[in-house]
Design a protein. Structure first.
Length: 365
């Protein structure tokens, strides 16, 4: 059976490519012929910011080194590890194509975020699909609130989906659909710790000393400062990963600028503690059973992390006591791992049910 996935795989960030890898890898491991639709619309490279034109022009100039190296490392990873279809640069190209598949899966990640261009892109609602079963897996809204127009837009566009699952309970509540909506885990949880270890690669200039790893989304200075303070207390090095060259000036002992996804995994799995405000930074800390301190982001969109924490009994990672005392948290991973395993099995069961050929035949007779 053939499966085609559409997701934001070409965004230049670690979570986007690794969740794409995870879902594709897992389905291929189940014997399904799975590929990712290589959809690369204009907004992957453009800015979605409402910044004025002069500031936007300056930002693009500043970002030239980042974008050049990011494109190089992430494109290499996608080409090497993820089966892709031919490239489609616009919705019209998709709509005029005749992509064949038994099943089409939308997700995961923030494919239905109405604050981003992809949230209103018909491609992520499979309007180009002529024949085949339409499924969403762990689709995320990435939002804490939907107005009536946004909610109706999404509901109207998913009305013809055969099976729907989202990544957060918040998303299910916000949509409030009459259709059955399952809540499942991000695809990175479909693979085991050992599966991820096989993908790791030790980076050049890897620190010989123990280190605290700081992985920050939206470059919150307070998180870098806390990471340095925590490292100093324990006599460790302060190390950070990101795709912005400006972060080099945050005073870390070592900064890995645009390291590969393989090196990203290695650095996380060998850290003494991870300090982050990233959903996937948190998720890989959980998978690797690494001490982690989670900061909430300054902007909106924290519900996806808080929802995950509640589902897997991981409230310790946001306990303010660790921040106040500047201590590496002692986390009960036995409790968390048990909860993760329950949620993982529910997620696998959803995929098994949704990708049942017999059920598909019954629904389409």
């Amino acid at each position: 059976m053939k499966v085609k996935i559409i997701t934001c795989h070409y965004a230049y960030n670690y979570g986007a490519v690794l969740q794409t890898y995870a879902l594709t890898k897992y389905l291929n491991m189940q014997g399904l012929d799975t590929k990712v639709i290589n959809y690369r619309p204009w907004y992957y490279k453009g800015s979605t910011s409402k910044t004025n034109k002069i500031r936007l022009f300056i930002r693009r100039l500043i970002r030239i080194p980042d974008n050049y190296k990011s494109e190089k490392i992430f494109t290499h990873f996608l080409n090497e590890y993820i089966p892709l279809t031919c490239e489609y640069k616009s919705y019209s190209e998709l709509d005029n194509s005749d992509i064949q598949s038994d099943f089409f899966i939308a997700g995961s990640d923030q494919i239905w975020n109405m604050n981003l261009p992809n949230g209103r892109d018909r491609a992520f609602y499979f309007e180009f699909v002529k024949k085949g079963k339409k499924i969403s897996y762990a689709a995320s809204l990435g939002m804490d609130y939907l107005d009536n127009e946004q909610r109706e837009y999404i509901l109207n566009h998913i009305a013809k989906f055969d099976e729907i699952s989202v990544r957060e309970n918040t998303a299910k509540q916000l949509l409030g659909s009459n259709k059955e909506i399952d809540v499942v885990m991000d695809p990175v949880y479909l693979l085991s710790k050992n599966d991820w270890k096989k993908l790791e690669k030790k980076p050049n200039k890897y620190p010989d000393e123990k280190y605290i790893l700081v992985f920050v989304f939206n470059r919150q200075k307070e998180i870098f400062d806390f990471g340095k303070k925590l490292a100093k207390k324990y006599g460790y090095k302060a190390v950070s990963i990101n795709t912005f060259w400006e972060d080099f000036f945050n005073g870390m002992d070592r900064y890995f600028w645009n390291c590969t996804p393989n090196e990203f995994l290695y650095l996380l799995s060998h850290a003494e503690c991870i300090v982050t405000n990233s959903f996937h930074g948190l998720s890989f800390s959980i998978i690797y059973n690494k001490s982690v301190i989670l900061f909430q982001k300054n902007d909106k969109g924290n519900s996806r992390m808080l929802d995950l924490i509640t589902r897997i009994n991981a409230e310790e990672v946001i306990n303010k006591e660790w921040k106040q005392k500047v201590e590496i948290p002692k986390i009960d991973f036995k409790k968390i791992n048990s909860a993760v395993e329950i949620e993982r099995e529910k997620s696998k069961e959803f995929l098994k049910k949704s990708l049942s050929k017999e059920k598909w035949n019954e629904n389409n007779m």
